[in-house]
Design a protein around this ligand. Structure first.
Ligand SMILES: Cc1ncc(C[n+]2csc(CCOP(=O)(O)OP(=O)(O)O)c2C)c(N)n1
Ligand SMILES: CC(=O)[C@@H](O)[C@H](O)COP(=O)(O)O
Ligand SMILES: [Mg+2]
Length: 627
């Protein structure tokens, strides 16, 4: 770390010579690779943007100028260069540096991110505020080709072209979303990349740039000449020009000199400018260059081989179970179709895509569109399964309400990564879905206690003619054995697992097994518990709950969701509506705060949602009568 260790202030970089900047790029890569190899993280995206980040720091003055990253999973070099080098070893760890730009972590993180396609909107807002204040700083958004497939990015571009604010949008095009990028826009960008003229421009670009003056009155003109020169070579970026932006590029975004030169020359251009850079995802680490999707987000790995350090577990993940069960059902029912919003691997739909390419749709990072498209498919007689991460489904609230449920269309919404996800932290925890879905009429919300029940719920969802949600967590399932056949579960029927004692635990989804275990711990203290597996959050099994609460001294609800408006609230509403006293109800779940990052198990323990903590809390209540 010869040069990097001398970089104490971001401005130190401005004094470095070209060769030293190259060395800095190498050292940044080394630090990023070694850190991610230990902590896990978004390696390939962050390796691809090293040169771009150095060039941005060379050309602009942060934090006065505002740099807004889209998603923010490519911003590790930015974190290191903006005063977080020495803490970078704590990346994604509990109480450590977060995996995404975070307004509360650094003044260099101009906007907090984690969800895609927000950067242009945020940058436009900041530019508009700047102009109201007559301030003079620059505003730069960096957006990937994947994030550009999101509707919000298009809405923003539409507005940018009309508002004509001075701002720079850098399109970091590596031809990849998490998986291969999809869609017509991606096709358009590839045409620019493969146009024979690009090769010529790429070669001539350096020469062209060095021949042009750098500063003063001529800058704007220079940029115009530059733009025209490129445009004269071929009409690249016409789409953006038509929308009212000045298109510059394409530029090789891993060629440090070229990116520095172009930024220095265009930074004073007026109006909205789109700079198109091509980068290589995973650049500088062969395993990541060869398998950019695998190294998009990784767990710990061996740097020499690129092999994961953790052995694959014998117990399947919920995602695997979903993948296999849906494939089985799709073989039996040709109406089944599947939709992903740019996460074919993460949601387990890649095999479905291979086997049923005509019945599979990757719509890009477009959750809203995915849901309404599913509604359209259902309206035309198909049985759509939309698989989304719970946190990203937050984008699609009105589509679920207005386009699916109000229309009573039989779409199955599979919410993966529901609950606490771990190291991705508060932007990614899927802990709000019970609350934001529960108020929608005609929706069915289910949460399996284990993989066996999960398979039956998928089968049930495939068989009914109503909108249904199944929510399940990140990572491994419980490890129970699977029934040989699949069966329909009665909608809204819960499962009474045991009925003895004065304490009734009603648990939802992932909290059922911890509840059973907690009851086992309490039994050793002669405290007996009854347990209900809710299975359905909506409709609730009102009959069973009302029957079972009779003669119970305490009722405990447990959920891996925020308490506000969640499953426990549903039980309270039921009791209130039936004039049953509620002063003996204890709700366990997540508090009204954003849960930070950390290992999932530790975060569950911190929030009293492990068997031991549940048992300790119930014992305290039983012993002291304290709630
Ligand atoms: C709303 C939303 N949906 C899905 C994701 C998951 N996601 C994170 S990064 C990514 C791909 C982004 O591709 P791109 O913008 O091209 O960046 P790259 O990784 O290629 O640098 C996806 C789908 C997300 N963060 N936000
Ligand atoms: C940045 C982003 O949103 C995704 O890359 C996400 O981190 C993937 O999460 P999983 O690792 O749970 O698939
Ligand atoms: Mg990309």
């Amino acid at each position: 770390m010869g040069i990097l260790k001398k970089m104490n202030e971001p401005d130190d970089l401005k004094l470095l010579l070209p060769q030293q900047l190259q060395q800095l790029a190498g050292e940044l890569r080394e630090l990023i690779i070694n850190t991610v190899a230990k902590n896990g993280g978004h390696l390939a995206p962050s390796l691809g943007t090293v040169e771009l980040t150095i060039a941005l720091y060379k050309a602009f003055n942060f934090p006065s100028d505002k740099l807004i990253w889209d998603v923010g999973h490519q911003a590790y070099a930015h974190k290191i260069l903006s005063g977080r080098r020495d803490k970078f070893g704590t990346l994604r760890q509990k109480n450590g540096i977060t995996g995404f730009p975070n307004r509360f972590e650094s003044k260099y993180d101009a906007f907090g991110v984690g969800h895609a396609s927000t950067s242009i909107s945020a940058a436009l807002g900041i530019a508009a505020a700047r102009d109201i204040d007559n301030a003079k700083y620059k505003v730069i958004a960096v957006i990937g080709d994947g994030a550009l497939t999101g509707g919000e990015a298009f809405e923003a571009l539409n507005n940018v072209g009309a508002m004509k604010k001075d701002m720079l949008i850098i399109l970091n095009d590596n031809e990849m979303s998490i998986a291969k990028n999809v869609g017509a826009l991606s096709g358009y960008l590839s045409q620019i990349r493969t146009a024979p003229e690009y090769t010529k421009v790429k070669k001539d670009f350096g020469k062209l740039l060095s021949a042009l003056p750098k500063v003063g009155q001529t800058v704007y003109k220079t940029a115009e000449i530059l733009k025209d020169s490129v445009k004269n070579a071929f009409i690249a970026g016409g789409l953006f020009e038509e929308m009212g932006l000045s298109y510059i590029g394409p530029v090789d975004g891993n060629d440090l000199d070229a990116v520095i030169s172009v930024l220095q020359r265009i930074k004073n251009m007026s109006g909205p400018v789109l700079l198109h850079v091509f980068t290589k995802k995973g650049k500088g680490y062969l395993p990541a260059e060869q398998a950019p999707a695998k190294f998009h987000g990784v767990g710990s790995f061996d740097v020499t081989t690129g092999q994961a350090l953790k052995k694959a577990a014998a117990v399947p993940t919920y995602t695997n179970v979903f993948s296999q069960t849906l494939l089985q059902l799709a073989g039996e029912n040709e109406k089944i179709v599947a939709i992903t919003a740019a996460m074919p691997d993460g949601t387990g739909l890649s095999n479905f895509a291979k086997i049923y390419p005509q019945r599979f749709f990757d719509v890009g990072i477009a959750e809203e569109h995915a849901l309404t498209m599913a509604a359209g498919l259902a309206a035309a007689g198909k049985k759509p399964f939309v698989a989304l991460y719970s946190t990203f489904a937050q984008r699609g609230y009105d589509q679920i309400l207005h386009d699916i449920c109000l229309q009573k269309l039989p779409v199955v919404i599979c919410l993966d990564r529901a609950g606490i996800v771990g190291e991705d932290g508060p932007t990614h925890h899927g802990v709000f879905d019970y609350s934001f879905l529960r108020n929608i009429p005609d929706i069915i919300i289910s949460a399996p206690k284990d993989e066996n029940e999960f398979r039956h719920l998928i089968y049930t969802a495939a068989s009914i003619d109503k909108p249904m949600v199944i929510r399940y967590p990140r990572g491994q399932a419980v490890g129970v054995s699977l029934d040989s056949g699949l069966q329909n579960l009665s909608i809204g029927k819960a499962e009474l697992l045991q009925d003895n004692g004065e304490i009734l635990i009603i648990a939802a989804g992932t909290m059922v097994y911890p509840a059973i275990e907690a009851a086992g711990i309490l039994a050793m203290d002669n405290i007996s518990c009854s347990i209900i597996n809710a299975r359905f959050i909506k409709p609730l099994d009102e009959q069973l709950i009302l029957e079972t609460v009779k003669n119970k001294k305490y009722i405990v609800t447990i959920e891996e969701n925020v308490l506000a408006g969640g499953f426990g609230s549903a039980v309270l509403e039921l009791l209130a509506d039936n004039h049953i006293a509620m002063n003996n109800v204890i709700r366990m779940g997540l508090p009204d705060v954003f849960i930070p990052q950390g290992p999932r198990n530790e975060l569950l323990a911190d929030n009293n949602l492990t068997a031991e903590k549940i048992a300790a809390n119930i014992k305290n209540i039983a012993d002291n009568g304290v709630i």
